[in-house]
Design a protein around this ligand. Structure first.
Ligand code: SAH
Length: 382
């Protein structure tokens, strides 16, 4: 059997492994304390546990540091944002971002897929399609790595790195539960401090509504009409606004929780007064929040960000119209902070070590997976 991340197995399964190796079951708790409490990177770091047991476990399970090992840190930029490019055990690359806030809290942004099948026009993650989904252990290994760098557990987690969380539903939810679980079996991050962001995979939103969890839901909207949204986000052809918005409403009605709509402002494309009016028509009927962000330029997309005063005018017009809107400062621009930019830069530069690892990515760029086919395949599994 090929090795998997030690984070990919449940607490109970770890206890069974320890027992099967002839060790007392309380050793499993010691291991979890090292993994979730001390953010151990290697099996060596699980130092309270006898070497023989560690070696036996190492033969079956990747340590956190093997599941996600940092090969490049970009930053810190003026905001203190650090972007980590990490290698997974099979050589694929994903990014994870540490975003400090002025109040001292730190948000960590996790990736859930290598690349992304959604191919949003301005997003670097989807440019070369999706290579594969991460398992829950690979997702948790990013959080552990960030915690090691921070010297403490992250305050907030956002699933806003590369990938579409609802096209990797089970792994994302399993990782989110483990992030939320109290120590020693999890990182103890509050559920309301964990945000799952979707491009609008409606069956995922419906399933998420039934989980009975207090996790936050963000939906990337980016346009108030199907024509503009389909241009920016191919996912809209599969689940247009007429399906997406009612699903968000149902989510709010059944959970009592508010949806945050992400809206990236692109000059001349979705930032006009007609877009404000259309957004108000779309969103005013139910309680929600709009999070505006100015486009973070990527070389492959010809759009530009509106000027700060124009962004502010757009926000103020939404608020005047009765929709709660905030402006998110684009952090990490200096560190290739937009989704997938760092990995993309590596692939383009053909950096020696990354080139081998990412060879499948380059092939898939030549023969791209049909985004719509990817959506229908995965949605039927939801
Ligand atoms: N697939 C998920 C989560 C990943 S992207 C989703 O689509 O929600 C996280 C957010 O960053 C999304 O709202 C996405 O549209 C936005 N984003 C991606 N590239 C961007 C860019 N270049 N500038 C501004 N926002 C960007």
């Amino acid at each position: 059997m090929s090795r998997i991340s030690v984070f990919s197995i449940s607490s109970e399964a770890l206890a069974d492994e320890v027992r099967a190796l002839g060790a007392p079951v309380w050793r499993a708790r010691q291991i979890e304390e090292a993994l979730f409490g001390k953010f151990a990177a290697s099996w060596e770091d699980v130092s309270l546990v006898p070497r023989a047991l560690r070696d036996a476990l190492a033969a079956k399970f990747h340590s956190p540091g093997e599941s996600f090992s940092v090969i490049e840190v970009a930053g810190e930029d003026a905001s203190g944002t650090r972007k980590l490019l990490g290698r997974l055990a099979d050589g694929q690359l994903v990014e994870c971002v540490i975003i400090p806030a002025p109040d001292g809290r730190a948000t960590v942004c996790l990736s859930c897929q290598v690349g992304c099948p959604c191919r949003c026009a301005f997003c670097a993650s989807g440019l070369t399609g999706c290579v594969r989904s991460l398992d829950s252990g690979e997702i948790l290994a990013q959080a552990s790595c960030a915690a090691r760098i921070l010297g403490r557990r992250p305050d907030n987690i956002v699933f806003m790195g590369s990938g579409e969380p609802f096209l990797n539903y089970d792994a994302v939810l399993s990782a989110a539960r483990r992030l939320n679980a109290p120590k020693p079996s999890g990182f103890g991050v509050g559920a309301r401090r964990i945000t799952v962001s979707t491009s609008g995979v409606v069956p995922g939103i419906e399933r998420f509504s039934r989980e009975g969890l207090q996790l936050e839901l963000s939906v990337s909207l980016h346009a108030p009409d199907d024509e503009t949204r389909s241009r920016l986000m191919p996912v809209n052809r599969r689940w247009p606004l007429g399906e997406l918005i009612p699903a968000c409403r149902r989510y709010t009605e059944s959970t009592g929780r508010i949806v945050t709509f992400e809206y990236t402002l692109v000059a001349g494309l979705n930032d006009g007064p007609e877009h404000v009016r259309a957004l108000l028509r779309l969103l005013r009927p139910f309680p929600c929040r709009v999070n505006l962000i100015a486009l973070n330029p990527v070389p492959e997309f010809a759009g530009r960000a509106p000027r700060p005063a124009e962004c502010e005018a757009f926000r103020a017009a939404l608020v005047r119209g009765g929709v709660n809107a905030t402006m998110r400062r684009s952090k990490g621009r200096d560190v290739s902070g937009a989704c997938g930019q760092l990995r993309r830069a590596r692939i383009l530069a053909g950096a020696d070590s990354a080139a081998g690892a990412d060879a499948p990515v380059q092939r898939s760029a030549a023969a791209p997976t049909k985004a719509s086919a990817a959506f229908s395949r995965t949605s039927s599994a939801l």
